[in-house]
Design a protein around this ligand. Sequence first.
Ligand SMILES: *[C@@H]1O[C@H](CO)[C@@H](O)[C@H](O)[C@H]1NC(C)=O
Ligand SMILES: *[C@@H]1O[C@H](CO)[C@@H](O)[C@H](O)[C@H]1NC(C)=O
Length: 425
Amino acid sequence: MEPGTSTGCSARTLAACVIGGIVLGASVLALHLAGPAAIPSLPPLDALRRRLRRRRRRPVRVYMDGCFDMMHYGHCNALRQARALGDELIVGVISDDEIKANKGPPVTPLHERMIMVRAVKWVDDVIPDAPYAITEEFMNKLFTEYNIDYIIHGDDPCLLPDGTDAYALAKKAGRYKQIKRTEGVSTTDIVGRMLLCVRERSSSDAHNHSSLQRQFSSGHGQKVDDSGSGSGTRVSHFLPTSRRIVQFSNSRGPGPDSRIVYIDGAFDLFHAGHVEILRLARELGDFLLVGIHTDQTISSTRGRHRPIMNLHERSLSVLACRYVDEVIIGAPWDVSKDMITTFNISSVVHGTIAENMDFMEDDSNPYAVPIAMGIYCRLESPLDITTSTIIRRIVANHEAYQKRNEKKEASEKKYYESKSFVNGE
Ligand SMILES: *[C@@H]1O[C@H](CO)[C@@H](O)[C@H](O)[C@H]1NC(C)=O
Ligand SMILES: *[C@@H]1O[C@H](CO)[C@@H](O)[C@H](O)[C@H]1NC(C)=O
């Protein structure tokens, strides 16, 4: 087609539009002049009302329960999927006593588990001390008191000690919906990563907890067998995809006048202490940017057994937190002038509780630039918990966990042997 013809063509179309516009304008004018008699040609009032009612309908409330012990991104992904089945997600957090009776002692007590679950950005409300098995009485309470429409659970079978299905009642009531199990990690797997080091030591040494703790915290222990031989727990099934990162991300960047706060760290075994310092850091500005250190940085500062969770796993845990707006996946150790300019960072914060604050005394203080600029801020950590605290709790109880893990490992193994296609949800 010649350029000339093309222009002519679009000019003709334009002319038709203009004429059409005038015609339309004229008919609207005619409607106005005609007055109330013209109303029947507008959308019927009934339809408008119906549309409004639909928009104002009661939100669909869904319920999901769990132990959420040593919460990881797999739990967060389950909560994300559950939330997508309704408008509001209410989460029941199972009591310490019920966990102890059914699975053995939890690593994190109820108040820490509550902080973790509440901080997940897809959770609207939490119910503490939920029962391990949903009884008829508790189910009715969910329906009448909490206005729950559906009870959600993963597609892995959840059997009670007597072999019955824990969700049989909800299924019978027709109020049960299922989500896909998240591939990649389980609490059993994480505990396994830590216990592997314990098992590899000689049995006399294995009972020496103080030496084990030192091994984890200083990195002078024996080499970890990364092949996973003899354990099956070291093998990670986690394959980070770009879709998962998008699902966990907030789509919005900072607004034009936002005060951007920066905090960095390992965020290994993401715990209630992390959540609490992130909450305070977010309150200092309008946008919280979290720098997550690389696996290599952490190994060189905390020892070769660290981190327990790799960079992508740690990034997802932090991204799921409602106080976090954005993360840098693999942040530099030093906070440079260039970085502060690039991200328009207005304050750089650090909690008072950390694994190691020795670097503050070094000549190579990573916060030297923000300190010199007067934008460094030390925040009082609300909770006295570090990643080492969590590891210490597991090591101190490692025999109980080992027994529980062996049982779980067998069922995990069976799952992975029999599993079929799993989509990215
Ligand atoms: C535990 O290990 C440390 C260092 O390896 C050693 O000094 C200590 O005597 C050990 N304690 C026991 C009870 O074996
Ligand atoms: C940079 O941050 C400050 C607040 O600290 C804000 O007032 C300013 O508008 C931001 N600059 C840009 C270009 O967004």
